[in-house]
Design a protein around this ligand. Structure first.
Ligand code: C2E
Ligand code: MG
Ligand code: MG
Ligand code: MG
Length: 283
């Protein structure tokens, strides 16, 4: 009977929805608990200049050290954090921890900048920019040590107020980078007009450049585009020496990925830097 089966579907749907609400509420409670109990941590992945082989910066990536589930990756909780608004206090935590790390690294010759990922919900808050400046000042970290990564989609969709605020930050020395370039859509006129220093080419474009000539051609063209708007090109997710070699030939400026190093806790990152400083640099 149509009506009965309809009712059954509604019941099933409500049960699934209730489950999901329950799970979401639980994750939100867990995220709040994590904030209050210091369960978040940053790991650091180096960015290397291809020509010189020098480590020129690092990206800070968020980890949740869950007491029961172990290390949880951002993809398992950032979406929830964004939907629930908890991304604001979590983002505040990230900025604070990154500024503290950037200030501690003042002695590490070469590692000029630390990049953080910022999501649309964070940057839309009016107090985001003033808070960022206050946190840098409190930790004694100069603006020039900080880099902000915004996704291609956010860069294309953010309003004039956010753009002006980013431009002001950039004028103070903060590096502005577009993340995951090539996964969204780009308005090229807008790309030209954005206050930008760096563009990070998404891993999905890098993954087959060693095997596919077409993939190589695409990345080569993208690098030309990036240079054409006066930015530096960074390849993300570089996993092999072959990929690294191709990127050097087609003029990529910097690389980041497992071929260089996996994201590391701060102590391991420091040890990695020291070890590299002691060995001859190979690009
Ligand atoms: P993303 O900013 O594009 O960061 C690069 C991701 O690729 C990281 O994943 C990194 O661990 C991974 N990766 C690096 N090299 C390689 C490689 O050679 N091969 C492969 N397969 N993967 C590589 P992770 O740490 O899981 O972060 C995922 C995403 O979560 C990030 O993508 C970023 O969008 C977001 N995220 C990370 N930390 C934060 C944060 O503090 N705040 C916000 N809002 N988002 C964050
Ligand atoms: Mg990033
Ligand atoms: Mg990225
Ligand atoms: Mg990516």
């Amino acid at each position: 009977h149509a009506k009965d089966s309809g009712r059954g579907q509604v019941q099933q749907f409500s049960a699934a929805l209730a489950d999901r609400l329950e799970t979401n509420l639980q994750i939100e409670r867990d995220l709040r608990h994590a904030l209050d109990h210091g369960e978040f941590a940053l790991v650091f992945q180096p960015q290397v200049d291809l020509a010189s082989g020098r480590t020129v910066g690092a990206e800070a990536l968020l980890r949740w050290e869950h007491p029961l589930l172990g290390t949880r990756l951002p993809q398992s909780f950032i979406g929830r954090a964004e939907d629930s608004g908890l991304i604001a206090p979590i983002g505040d935590w990230v900025i604070d921890a990154a500024a503290a790390a950037a200030a501690r690294w003042a002695d590490h010759a070469g590692v000029a900048r630390l990049a953080i990922n910022v999501s649309p919900r964070e940057i839309a808050r009016p107090e985001f920019f003033s808070r960022l400046r206050a946190v840098l000042a409190r930790h004694g970290a100069p603006a020039s040590r900080l880099e902000i990564e915004i996704t291609e989609t956010l860069a294309m969709e953010c309003g004039e107020t956010v753009l002006a605020a980013l431009a002001a930050l950039r004028a103070e020395g903060v590096t502005i980078a577009i993340d995951d370039f090539g996964t969204g859509y780009s308005n090229l006129a807008r790309l030209r007009a954005l206050p930008l220093d760096k563009v990070k080419i998404d891993r999905s474009l890098i993954v087959d450049i060693a095997e596919s000539e077409e993939a190589r051609n695409v990345v080569h063209a993208v690098i030309g585009l990036i240079h054409g708007v006066g930015c530096l090109a960074v390849a993300e997710g570089v996993e092999t020496e072959e990929q690294r070699a191709v990127l050097a030939v087609i003029g990529c400026d910097m690389i980041q990925g497992y071929a260089v190093a996996r994201p590391m806790a701060e102590a391991a990152f420091g040890a990695w830097l020291n070890e590299r400083a002691a060995t001859p640099v190979v690009a």
